[in-house]
Design a protein around this ligand. Structure first.
Ligand SMILES: NC(=O)c1ccc[n+]([C@@H]2O[C@H](COP(=O)([O-])OP(=O)(O)OC[C@H]3O[C@@H](n4cnc5c(N)ncnc54)[C@H](OP(=O)(O)O)[C@@H]3O)[C@@H](O)[C@H]2O)c1
Length: 297
């Protein structure tokens, strides 16, 4: 089998690579071009690369993911998230590859009183969410596609994430303030990668909500991170109105994930187990790095 991963230097893409490698080892060919090697905004390049590789499965994880910066860089965000998804979909169609496309809870406006199901209407309230909703419309036209909406992702690779930020702040401050009126599900990219690879083994195409089980607020999530890291930093709740961001954020990001089990896939562990596992791996890695640096002195 041949696999193509976009966004391999990011959180989700990298963990999909690790999952494929550990599951299938030398029985597979995994292609993971860097952003420099393959810019997904270049239609001709994308289609040509896909036609050359002829992958059986494409995991499309590359995206413009800076939600606040997207408000000021709309052209770039649109090119990457919408035109990029369109090129990847055309490439997949040209060779008949299965396409696993990663999307977001930010396609919703967050005003629902209940959980968001896969049949709920999208209504994004920030530009990033708009581009991801448009990308879903394009990918959905391709019959061999999976669309996996996820949320609040944290992983070892890629840029910063909420867990890394809280650990950093908790190590340098006595008090940190975190919003307590936005709710959703944190998601460990390793767990998500496992599910996405499970999906790619099937032909159960369609739309899925794919986050770790359970729901929490950013405030409770931060408190839990501080707790499992064994720190004593005081985490204080604040309303979103006291923490202005460039892009608006939905208040209710809680996704109904029953589509996972209905299709016969194993659900992701709960967010607390995911956070514990991630923080453990993160602290072990930091400790090893510290020791290596001390040994070099
Ligand atoms: N992070 C979250 O909390 C979250 C929540 C919901 C959904 N999602 C979705 O999950 C997916 C994966 O997110 P992530 O957190 O893994 O993202 P990430 O860590 O920010 O990684 C994004 C990846 O996209 C690549 N990329 C950006 N522009 C590109 C371009 N023009 N051409 C080729 N590659 C490009 C980046 O490469 P460089 O770093 O080299 O530029 C990087 O490898 C995305 O579709 C995102 O929308 C994320």
């Amino acid at each position: 089998m041949k696999y193509l991963i976009t966004g391999g230097s990011g959180q989700v893409g990298h963990d999909i690579f690790l999952e494929l490698d550990s599951r299938y080892g030398s029985d597979t060919e995994i292609y993971m071009p860097t952003h420099d090697m393959l810019n997904i905004t270049n239609y001709e390049d994308v289609v040509a690369v896909i036609k050359t590789i002829k992958p059986d499965v494409i995991f499309h994880c590359a995206a413009y993911t800076n939600v606040d910066a997207a408000e000021d860089n709309k052209d770039e965000c649109y090119k990457v998230n919408v035109l990029g998804a369109s090129s990847i979909t055309d490439g997949a169609a040209a060779v008949g590859a299965k396409l696993v496309h990663v999307s977001t809870d930010y396609v919703f406006d967050g005003t629902n009183e209940d959980l968001y199901t896969i049949s709920d209407k999208v209504n994004p309230i920030n530009f990033y969410g708009e581009t991801k909703a448009l990308a879903e419309d394009i990918v959905r036209q391709y019959p061999k596609s999976f669309i996996a909406r996820t949320s609040w992702v944290f992983g070892e690779h890629g840029t910063k994430n909420f867990v890394k930020t809280i650990l950093h702040l908790a190590n340098s401050k006595k008090i940190i303030k975190v919003v307590d009126d936005q709710f959703g599900s944190p998601t460990y990219s390793r767990h998500l990668a496992r599910l996405l690879v499970d999906m790619a083994e099937t032909e159960k195409y369609g739309l899925y909500h794919t986050s770790n089980e359970g729901f929490t607020s950013w405030y409770n999530f931060a408190r839990y991170i501080v707790h499992v890291a064994g720190l004593s930093t005081n985490v204080l709740p604040v309303p979103s109105s006291e923490y202005q961001t460039r892009a608006s954020r939905p208040l209710n990001n809680c996704l109904d994930k029953s589509s996972i089990t209905t299709a016969g896939f194993e659900p992701l562990p709960d967010w607390q187990a995911a956070t514990k596992e991630y923080v453990g791996n993160y602290l072990n890695k930091s400790e090893t790095k510290k020791r290596t640096l001390e040994d070099r002195k």
